[in-house]
Design a protein around this ligand. Structure first.
Ligand SMILES: Cc1ncc(COP(=O)(O)O)c(C=O)c1O
Length: 383
């Protein structure tokens, strides 16, 4: 087990336990080496016929709904381990990346301790940290603008040096980095992320949110290796389209996985979600085709908006961002599109109010769909 000094987890977790009181029937069957078809011991064996559920949503879903999923996610972790080239013990499955953020906070941060994040990045981590009474310290993005001679100088990115400086200054427990980032779409290189991690104080963990990992240009050859003092989060919500089922996983060192397992909600992942994840991993070509389509659509939308004169930020995700000069105009565009039934995202953070984020779906390319945005781009060009 991880040693007590320096401390990255709550102090009491370095002692024995707590132990999950309900490892579940699937784990028991594995231990016994045989099935238990007559289940009279808990909720699984109930006689509920599920006519309504089965009729509306299908009998497979109704059947799965009677049982808890395997608390160890044995099958899914085996599949992930094989696919990613990591060990089973490096993997922890939970109900989406958000649940993993909450779990990681719960196991590492006490009230009054400090967590570092970027001002305007994916806000859920800060929300969970504040809920625990932690102090959230936000550092500004590093931002530069395209010039007439150099369009490639357009950049909005989490500032790794500033995150590190804040972690040191505030003796932080956790640094959060989304890579690729939401909402900027920026991708830092693996080498830069490792350098950040290496330079963090020993009692500070890197929470590396890789929810958009599958959309990285180098995803096919990407490094999935567990990194010391680092929690890498992935999700089935994006490349696999399962946001509504809630499924995600973490890659970390076995000792860190074991620490988090002490406090995780053991049946948080539903049986339908687990089964869907197993199924889609067994047919990876479907997610791969989806990702390729999203990237193609993203590139076409970026090209179209750039041809109108928009400043489109480089993106390694399934969305792209248009940077307007004024937050007021961005707010107006968002509201007017919403009135037409078109939902795009504008960060609620005051420092990023001028950024509009558009998920890159084929439908976003339908002529006229984003007409108000196109008009705003033209207005800014004229001004
Ligand atoms: C950076 C980032 N992390 C985590 C999540 C949440 O993912 P999940 O649906 O797996 O909870 C999102 C969702 O948009 C996200 O953008």
């Amino acid at each position: 087990m991880t040693t007590a000094s320096p401390r990255r987890f709550l102090a009491h977790l370095y002692q024995d336990g707590p132990h999950n009181p309900f490892p579940g029937i699937k784990a028991l069957e594995r231990r016994l080496g045989h099935a238990l078809p007559y289940q009279y011991g808990s909720n699984e064996g109930l006689d509920m016929p599920h006519h309504t559920l089965g009729g509306a949503l299908g009998t497979a879903l109704a059947d799965l709904s009677r049982s808890y999923a395997d608390a160890d996610a044995w099958q899914l972790r085996q599949q992930l381990a094989e696919r990613l080239g990591v060990a089973y013990e490096n993997l922890l499955v939970d109900a989406g990346a958000d649940s993993l953020l909450a779990l990681m906070m719960r196991a590492t941060v006490c009230a009054g301790e400090r967590v570092i994040t970027s001002a305007g990045t994916y806000p859920t981590l800060a929300y969970f940290a504040r809920g625990l009474g932690a102090e959230v310290i936000e550092v500004p993005y590093s931002e530069s603008f395209a010039t007439a001679d150099d369009a490639s100088s357009s950049r909005l990115a989490p500032d790794l040096a500033a995150l590190l400086a804040a972690a040191r200054q505030h003796d932080a427990r956790v640094v959060y980095l989304a890579n690729p980032d939401n909402p900027s779409g920026h991708l830092h290189s693996d080498a830069d992320v490792r350098a950040l991690r290496d330079a963090l104080p020993e009692n500070c963990s890197l929470l590396l949110d890789e929810a958009y990992h599958d959309f990285r240009p180098d995803a096919a050859h990407a490094d999935h290796a567990p990194m010391a003092r680092t929690f890498r989060l992935r999700t089935f919500s994006k490349a696999y389209g399962l946001a509504g089922l809630r499924l995600g996983f973490m890659i970390a060192e076995p000792d860190d996985v074991a620490m988090l397992t002490k406090v995780r909600i053991h049946f948080a992942v539903s049986a339908p979600a687990m089964a869907a994840g197993e199924l889609l991993l067994a047919h990876p070509e479907e997610a791969a085709a989806h990702v390729a389509g999203v990237i193609d659509c993203r590139d076409r939308l970026a090209e179209h908006l750039r041809s109108l004169g928009a400043e489109v930020l480089p993106s390694a995700t399934n969305f792209l961002c248009v940077r307007l000069k004024s937050a007021e105009l961005a707010a107006q565009v968002q509201q007017q599109l919403m009135a037409q039934g078109v939902l795009i995202t504008r960060s609620p953070h005051p420092s990023l109010g001028h950024i509009l984020r558009i998920s890159t779906l084929e439908d976003s390319l339908v002529p006229g769909r984003l007409a108000r945005l196109e008009q705003a781009i033209a207005e800014e060009r004229r001004s």
